[in-house]
Design a protein around this ligand. Structure first.
Ligand SMILES: Cc1cc2nc3c(=O)[nH]c(=O)nc-3n(C[C@H](O)[C@H](O)[C@H](O)COP(=O)(O)OP(=O)(O)OC[C@H]3O[C@@H](n4cnc5c(N)ncnc54)[C@H](O)[C@@H]3O)c2cc1C
Length: 458
């Protein structure tokens, strides 16, 4: 065999699997095959000046390369079983938390020392939320920030590069089951291994579907989250973000009893675009370094849409809605809340006259032409509910960017060891559908690495 273990994808799932496999020298030959570039070569060409919108690079530097989709993220590592994935359903709740705490300790030891660990425990906001029909979910969150997250990744790479055979710009095209292991093909080259960890994240979702279909591995797909990114002056939310940094707040709408939730809160951050397989959606991040912070806070408001028989293509539904916004706005659309509730589009003049300056150059438009009424109604209700705990959220000048879509990779059928029906073929991280976050994806990598080490010792 060329390798003992091949890891496909160098996002958090792949990196932490490689870290754990090589932490102690067991003489294992580990290869990491990554479609994207090295960390230092990753650069999104959007500069807001010459290049304003996504130009669909062959490999999206935001989503692909060493560090995966997490490389330029806000680096919020949430330690919780309440959101971020369903790892606990496979490995047990206590083990899942232990794994996430272990990942946190590695981050702290690799440049994250000095960053703050926030917690909702004993927060007075729980009561305030309850009093206003809102539920604050429990979590601890380490906020590395985009800058420290980058440093941590750099240190991890430096530590791994001599122990692991990294192959960048190497998109894996095929996995074949062979005697005693697997053959992994990337373009014209093929490599054999005893064990294979597939950790291709969201950007690898289409490829995962093909691989699972080729290997007849059962999958299920029935969820997509749709919504908008809200941007407001930071001081309106500072009483919440200063204490909790990120708060996951859930609201049940009166009209349809749908659940709307806050997601990915970025105090003093920036709104950014994200390109998944050519579809431009919105996201956000923020820096730990005060010099790089803005005066604005952003967070997503999302509604989960589950489908039932006969419709199976939940991501296709989300993509169609995102495409609609791309068609109308050439990318992401921005609208003032006041314009949305008055039933009119935001134009350049209204945006320029507003008291709030957007952190992303997006096309002013009308989100009611894009999002389904039921979802938009839910978002509007939630904005009014949040206005009760953070007055000003429902101001006319509050900015809504659309659309934000959380694509869920189809859930791959894996056992409690995150192994497919093929012995030694593991599917982890966001690509497996088991996780949807940095902490859960990283923890799943550590978990399967330990499983492999155990099986190799046996
Ligand atoms: C802008 C942004 C901000 C975010 N902020 C946060 C946050 O603050 N907190 C949080 O918890 N989560 C955040 N997320 C989500 C988080 O980044 C992901 O949950 C996490 O990165 C998933 O890790 P992963 O290893 O499963 O997959 P990924 O990080 O997606 O990594 C998968 C890797 O596999 C590679 N790959 C794909 N297909 C192939 C192939 N065929 N062959 C070889 N390589 C392949 C990709 O290039 C990629 O590098 C954010 C995401 C984005 C885009």
């Amino acid at each position: 065999m060329d390798y003992d273990v091949i890891i496909i994808g160098a996002g958090p799932g792949g990196i932490y699997a490689a870290y754990e496999l090589t932490k102690e020298d067991k003489g294992l030959k580990v290869g990491v095959f990554e479609a994207g570039k090295k960390l230092e070569e990753r650069k999104c060409p959007i500069d807001g000046d010459k290049i304003k919108t996504c130009i669909n690079c062959e490999s999206c530097s935001i989503m692909s390369g060493f560090g995966g989709a997490g490389a330029f993220s806000d680096g919020k590592y949430n330690i919780t079983n309440d959101f971020g994935g369903t790892l606990h359903e496979y490995v047990g709740k206590e083990e899942a938390i232990r794994l996430m705490e272990y990942v946190d300790s590695i981050n702290v030891a690799h440049g994250g020392a000095g960053t703050k660990l926030y917690t909702t425990a004993n927060s007075s906001f729980k009561k305030l939320c309850r009093q206003n029909d809102l539920i604050l979910l429990d979590a601890s969150v380490r906020h590395l920030g985009t800058d420290i997250n980058y440093i941590v990744l750099g240190k991890l790479y430096d530590e791994l590069k001599d122990k692991v055979d990294f192959r960048f710009r190497t998109p894996v095209t095929k996995i074949d089951v062979i005697d005693g292991g697997y053959m992994v093909t990337a373009g014209a080259e093929s490599f054999t291994c005893k064990k294979c960890i597939v950790s291709v994240g969201r950007s690898g979702s289409k490829w995962m579907e093909e691989i699972c279909s080729a290997l007849d591995i059962p999958t299920e797909s029935n969820r997509v989250d749709l919504g908008v990114r809200v941007e407001i002056p930071a001081e309106l939310f500072s009483h919440i973000t200063d204490e909790l940094y990120e708060s996951k707040i859930v609201y049940k709408t009166e009209k349809f009893e749908d659940k709307v939730r806050t997601f990915c809160m970025n105090p003093r951050g920036s709104v950014v675009t994200e390109n998944t397989n050519g579809i431009v959606t919105v996201n956000g991040h923020s820096y730990e370094d005060p010099a790089k912070q803005t005066d604005m806070t952003n967070f997503a408001l999302l509604v989960a849409k589950h489908f039932s028989y006969p419709f199976k293509d939940s991501n296709g539904y989300g993509e169609s809605i995102a495409r609609l916004s791309n068609m109308l706005g050439g990318g992401v659309i921005v609208q003032r809340f006041g314009d949305l509730i008055r039933g009119r589009r935001t134009n350049y003049k209204r945006l320029a006259d507003s008291f709030v300056v957007p952190t992303l150059k997006a096309e002013p438009g009308d989100l009611s032409l894009v999002l389904p009424k039921r979802i938009l109604d839910g978002i509007i209700e939630m904005i009014y509910a949040l206005d009760k705990i953070a007055p000003g959220t429902a101001n006319d000048d509050t900015l809504l960017y659309g659309v934000e879509v959380k694509f869920y990779n189809m859930e791959v059928k894996v056992n409690e060891r995150l192994e497919t029906k093929y012995s030694g073929l593991y599917m982890i991280g966001d690509g497996s559908g088991v996780t949807h976050s940095l902490s859960h994806a990283s923890a799943s990598g550590v978990f399967v690495a330990r499983d492999i080490l155990k099986s190799m010792q046996a």
